[in-house]
Design a protein around this ligand. Structure first.
Ligand SMILES: O=P(O)(O)OC[C@H]1O[C@H](OP(=O)(O)OP(=O)(O)O)[C@H](O)[C@@H]1O
Ligand SMILES: O=c1cc[nH]c(=O)[nH]1
Ligand SMILES: [Mg+2]
Length: 208
């Protein structure tokens, strides 16, 4: 599996701000969206272009546009919604396929509660967005759902990934490409990433 840790200074600066224990809901939300934009910039760097002619103010001129496969952004509810606007700011025409999953606090197993995919998902590249890849159970369930719906090209964008989660996705879906702002040390006994961000969903929505 291709794993890219984006070491860009803007990403690392914003991620460090996110780790501050005293961060406000507002700042956490804003930074989550901004890093979502920057990860999207990286994850779309190899999209194929085609030439076409633009009727410009001075007459026909050579232009380029993205060719072929289009994108569907796949936020994993809830926390993935925190990245959605930032991702869409880079790919404003993308369709959105929504997957609802939560992690059972006792078993750490993912529980699915919603699924609504773009109707032409078999012709689109999926960009899954979720701030946290911890055990990997939620990401694995989402990838399984996308593949069952016919999606063939999948990239996952996360803010923080744990080695445990990367290993799981690598083992089950080696074709999936992962873009992350950080690969952290490990999971703690409750399945939280260390150092991580704490509970990303609660921080984005201001719940606890
Ligand atoms: O890799 P995993 O061990 O599956 O954990 C990661 C999942 O946990 C968090 O969601 P959570 O279950 O807290 O739901 P929420 O977004 O509604 O808060 C996070 O946003 C991921 O979806
Ligand atoms: O560290 C973690 C793990 C799962 N979900 C979170 O929000 N944070
Ligand atoms: Mg949560």
């Amino acid at each position: 599996m291709s794993v890219r840790e984006i070491r860009h200074p803007l990403v690392q600066h914003k991620l460090s701000l996110l780790r501050d224990k005293d961060i406000s809901t507002r700042s956490f939300r804003e930074l989550t969206g901004e890093i979502g934009s920057l990860l999207t910039y990286e994850a779309t760097a190899d999209l194929e272009l085609e030439e076409y002619t633009v009727e410009s103010w001075i007459g026909p001129t050579a232009g380029q546009r993205i060719k072929g496969k289009k994108i569907t952004v796949v936020p994993i509810l809830r926390a993935g919604l925190g990245m959605l606007d930032g991702v869409l700011s880079m790919v404003p025409s993308a369709k959105v396929s929504v997957v609802g999953l939560y992690r059972d606090e006792e078993t750490l197993q993912p529980v699915t509660y919603f699924e609504k995919m773009a109707s032409d998902i078999d012709q689109r590249m999926a960009l899954i967005v979720d701030p946290m890849l911890a055990t990997g159970g939620s990401m694995l369930a989402c990838i399984d759902m996308l593949k069952a719906a016919g999606c063939e090209q999948i990239r996952a964008l996360v803010l923080v990934a744990a080695p445990e989660g990367i290993r799981l996705i690598e083992e089950k879906h080696p074709d999936v490409e992962l873009y992350t702002a950080a690969i952290d040390e490990r999971l703690n006994d409750q399945g939280y990433i260390v150092p991580g961000l704490g509970d990303a969903g609660d921080k984005i929505f201001g719940t606890r």
